[in-house]
Structures are given as structure tokens and as C-alpha cells.
Design a protein around this ligand. Structure first.
Ligand code: FAD
Length: 369
């Protein structure tokens, strides 16, 4: 006889951890499986849009003890390093995932969730109105509800036969923590040929430097340092940061196969949350806010509805309403990045027609919730 769980969450990023916290706070039994062990670094720009702040404070999920930084300005530079700065209406804060995720794990456990870190879910099948899951140690169990919060790319995507996983992606993501001289109120996006690099202050007097680059360029130059010197340093602002900063990691965090293709918010009856449901292009700076909101919406669908049909219908509707258009706009705006001509055009737009930039920012962001 296999063990039965009521609510299972696969993946302990922001989407999964927020859903675990909310379900547990409402007295629901919930078990979250995360393949890694906390705390750990992830590839992420670590600029969190303020749209999540009220919610996190309301739910006691805001890490108030950290000296996180308030960010209210945006600097954009084209591939030649010509830059412009504009104020951000809503703004955000800088906080490392190492601190943020670990805080949410502790809160989830205090709230009564079971967190099984260091445990990978190998397989999830749906049969007889229940899920059957298999873990890396070979054990199996049943679950009534499953939230899939396993991020941009997981072996489960392959097992589920999801379309996006069949296509190769040209992007890589690279992240460092650095000590550098920057204005802590500014989130910067510096273009280079084939990608863009974000820099913003986080806690502890550190800054995050994270870029979306090209797999082909990495292959052509053979190593990350060689590629950075040949490609990123062509932007003089990036060269200045790379050559004058202290790099705090022994080696960068790197991921490949970052795919922005549309996905389905429900797959084989699993409620997909965060990047598992759709990854917004990083230039928008609100993938984390979307992960947090979608974790909340998935938990609420389970809390507010009884039948599987109602839960799925409610979640799909609210997910599409909140995210479908933002994801589309994000994919389109990304076309303005990563080349000399388009990044120059984007800089002109930001500088000379600021209401257009403002409109784009608004249409990729949600409202505080
Ligand atoms: C280069 C880059 C820069 C970015 N910069 C920003 C930024 O500045 N601001 C912002 O808001 N967003 C940014 N984002 C987006 C943001 O990082 C993501 O949208 C966010 O992390 C999504 O959270 P999540 O919970 O969906 O997934 P994740 O945080 O990726 O968590 C998924 C978890 O699932 C686990 N997992 C996977 N498979 C399994 C399995 N089978 N069993 C158990 N566990 C599993 C993984 O180990 C992982 O911990 C950036 C993204 C990229 C690529």
C-alpha cells in the first residue's frame, strides 16, 4: 500500500515556497520536494519588483531583517555603452535568492509545511483521479493535488512530453555576486552583442551581476572569461565594472537552455506555477514577482474550490488573465536587446519618448496585490 499525500509541491523556488506557506497557513497538509539543499545560489538578477511587497508583508513572508536595497531608477545602456536613466514608478528591491528562498523555507516549516530538500521527483503520473509520484530513492506515493513549481526546465518536462522542451534555446544565464561601486537605487541593464547584463545592489553591501548570453558565443570563445572579455567588454560600462569589481564567487553560477516559449499552466492535471508555467524574459525584471503571484493563485485555487474540475478551471482562468499578455510583451521587447542597432533604438526611445518606455514597463508588470 503506497502512502497518500493531500497536497504536493514539486520545486522549492519562490512559486513553490509561497504556495507551501499559504496552504500550510490555512491548515492544509502540504509536502514540498526540492532536489537541492537550502540555502543555495541560483542564476537570477535578484531585482524583485515591488508589486509583491504588500502581499509578502501581509502574509508575514517579507524578510524584514535583511538590509535589502530599495531601487527606484532604471539605467539602460546600448552595446556601445551610451546610457540613459529614468525613474521607476513602482520600483523594487534587491535581495539574493540565497537569503530570500531560505527565509521562505524556514517560514514554511514554521507554518507547518513539510519540506523535503535534497529529494528529486523523478516521475509524476495521473491515474484514477490521483497522482502517482516516484522519488529519486525509488519510493512511490499518491497525491490528491500537485503543484508543479519546478522552474524553467526539469526532467519532469521531458517525462510530461511538454512541447517547449523539444526545442533548443540559444540562451545561457550567468550570475555573480560582486563588490562594486554602484548607486544602490539603480537597476542597470547593459546591452552587449547577443545579450544583456543586469546589475543591482543586494543585501550586505554586495551587488548582483547577471547576464543572458549566447550559447554559440560561449562555444566560439571556449570559456566564460574569454567570452566576457571579447563580447561583454565591448560595452565600456561593462568593461569598467568587470575590471574594477571584486568577484565573490569562486566561479559563476551558469545555466543553459533558457527557453521563453509559451507553456501551459495546467499539464496532465498538475497546476503549473512560476517558470514551469512560463518564463518571462529577464529584461522585464519580474519573473520572481510572477512566480510569487502564481504560487499564491495555485494555492488559492486549491483552498477555494473542491472538485478537480473547478480547481483547474479557476486556476487556468486567473493565470491567463494575469500572465499571458505580460509574457507575450516580454518576448517582443526582447527583440530590442542584444544588437547595436536595436539597443540604440531602444535607448533613443527611453531617452526621447519616455512615455513609451513607461507603457512597456507597465505592460510587463502587474499591479501590487
Ligand atoms: C538570467 C536571468 C536573470 C533573471 N533576473 C531576474 C530578476 O532580476 N528579477 C526577477 O524578478 N526575475 C528574474 N529572473 C527570473 C526568475 O529567476 C524566475 O522567474 C524565478 O526564479 C522563478 O521561480 P520559480 O519558483 O518558478 O523557479 P525556480 O526558482 O527555478 O525554482 C524551481 C525549483 O525546482 C527544483 N526542481 C526542478 N525539478 C525538480 C524535481 N524534479 N524535483 C524536485 N525539485 C525540482 C529546482 O531545483 C528549483 O529549486 C531571471 C531569470 C534569468 C534566466
Amino acid at each position: 500500500m503506497v502512502e497518500s499525500f493531500e497536497n504536493v509541491i514539486i520545486g522549492g523556488g519562490l512559486a513553490g515556497l509561497v504556495a507551501a506557506n499559504l496552504l500550510a497557513k490555512h491548515g492544509k497538509p502540504v509536502t514540498l520536494f526540492e532536489k537541492k539543499t537550502f540555502p543555495f545560489h541560483r542564476v537570477c538578477g535578484e531585482y524583485v519588483s515591488n508589486e509583491v511587497k504588500d502581499f509578502l508583508l501581509r502574509e508575514d513572508l517579507f524578510p524584514t531583517l535583511q538590509d535589502y536595497t530599495q531601487i527606484d531608477q532604471f539605467t539602460f545602456s546600448d552595446t556601445k555603452g551610451r546610457s540613459t536613466t529614468l525613474p521607476l514608478d513602482l520600483g523594487g528591491f534587491g535581495l539574493s535568492r540565497y537569503v530570500f528562498d531560505d527565509f521562505l523555507v524556514k517560514r514554511a516549516m514554521e507554518n507547518g509545511a513539510v519540506i523535503q530538500a535534497g529529494t528529486q521527483v523523478e516521475q509524476v503520473k495521473f491515474e484514477d483521479d490521483h497522482f502517482l509520484l516516484e522519488l529519486s530513492d525509488g519510493s512511490q506515493f499518491r497525491a490528491k493535488n500537485v503543484i508543479g513549481a519546478f522552474g524553467k526546465r526539469s526532467k519532469l518536462d521531458k517525462r510530461l512530453g511538454r512541447d517547449f522542451i523539444k526545442k533548443r534555446s540559444p540562451y545561457i544565464g550567468v550570475k555573480y555576486h560582486i563588490k562594486t561601486e554602484i548607486d544602490p537605487r539603480v537597476v542597470a541593464l547593459h546591452n552587449f552583442k547577443g545579450g544583456y547584463c543586469g546589475i543591482n545592489a543586494i543585501e550586505g553591501g554586495k551587488a548582483n551581476l547577471c547576464y543572458l548570453g549566447s550559447r554559440d558565443q560561449l562555444r566560439a570563445f571556449g570559456s566564460i572569461p574569454a567570452m566576457e572579455e571579447a563580447i561583454l567588454w565591448e560595452n565600456p560600462l561593462l568593461k569598467e565594472i568587470f575590471t574594477s569589481s571584486e568577484f565573490l564567487f569562486e566561479k559563476p553560477e551558469v545555466i543553459n537552455e533558457i527557453n521563453f516559449e509559451p507553456k501551459n499552466p495546467i499539464e496532465n492535471h498538475i497546476l503549473m506555477a512560476g517558470d514551469s508555467a512560463g518564463l518571462i524574459t529577464p529584461l522585464c525584471g519580474n519573473g520572481m514577482a510572477m512566480a510569487i503571484l502564481s504560487g499564491k493563485l495555485a494555492a488559492e485555487a486549491i483552498l477555494n474550490y473542491k472538485s478537480r474540475f473547478e480547481i483547474e478551471q479557476a486556476y487556468e482562468e486567473v493565470w491567463k488573465k494575469n500572465f499571458q499578455r505580460r509574457l507575450q510583451v516580454g518576448r517582443t521587447v526582447q527583440l530590442l536587446f542584444g544588437s547595436n542597432a536595436t539597443s540604440t533604438l531602444a535607448r533613443h526611445l527611453i531617452q526621447n519618448v519616455p512615455f513609451v518606455a513607461d507603457k512597456i514597463i507597465k505592460s510587463t508588470h502587474g499591479k501590487p496585490f
